[in-house]
Design a protein around this ligand. Structure first.
Ligand code: 5GP
Ligand code: MG
Length: 181
């Protein structure tokens, strides 16, 4: 860890690369076990952009039959219920299929609440969530996470897909940002 040279606006490495890779491997094993006897293909839906690295590491460790899809949303502060907007929808037909939403981080819960409610109207056989990071202190809406990577404190994190103004997404570790003024 001491050999990592951190950018100036990062405070510390919160979760290092090896720890992330081990945990993603454990989550993949759980998913392989839980969906081992599927009668249909599992659809993994990555929430763009933040989940793209987590999703790509996760799916390469899956041994079960699966397809990858994506959805893009925008969220903005200040709204009450309507603060999540659909930018790009999925392409797969979810009807009668098992769906696993893959998300980078659970904060207020608005995004996953929106997705769960939206997807349930499409008559999937099941909808679950795989979330790399959870900030329990920030929850506004209760969300059930089936597969959770790590619980973290209420700080802004970057790396492993997560950004600050599009910066730092491709760091192999998760780092805490200095509070920005
Ligand atoms: P929620 O809808 O649960 O409030 O927020 C989820 C979204 O907020 C995440 O998908 C992510 O895009 C963004 N987000 C929340 N906390 C962080 C953070 O610490 N770092 C980054 N990069 N994004 C975050
Ligand atoms: Mg996100």
């Amino acid at each position: 860890m001491s050999d990592i040279l951190l950018a100036d606006d990062l405070v510390r490495v919160l979760i290092d690369e090896e720890t992330i890779q081990n945990r993603v491997g454990q989550l993949a094993s759980q998913i392989n076990r839980d969906y081992a006897h599927l009668e249909s293909t599992l659809i993994l839906v990555g929430v763009l952009k933040g989940s793209f690295i987590f999703l790509s590491d996760l799916v390469r460790k899956l041994t079960i039959d699966h397809v990858v899809d994506f959805i893009a949303l925008s969220s903005y502060d200040g709204g009450e219920s309507g603060n999540v907007r659909l930018l790009m929808d999925t392409r797969e037909n979810m009807e009668g299929k098992h769906v696993l939403i893959v998300e980078d981080i659970l904060d207020s819960g608005n995004t996953l609440d929106y997705l769960m409610r939206n997807f349930r109207t499409r008559a999937p056989k099941s909808v679950r969530t795989a979330v790399l990071l959870d900030k329990p202190e920030r929850h506004i809406l209760p969300i059930d996470i089936a597969y959770l990577g790590f619980t973290i404190p209420d700080v802004w994190v970057v790396g492993y897909g997560l950004d600050y103004n599009e910066k730092y997404r491709t760091l192999p570790y998760i780092a805490e940002m200095k509070p920005q003024g």
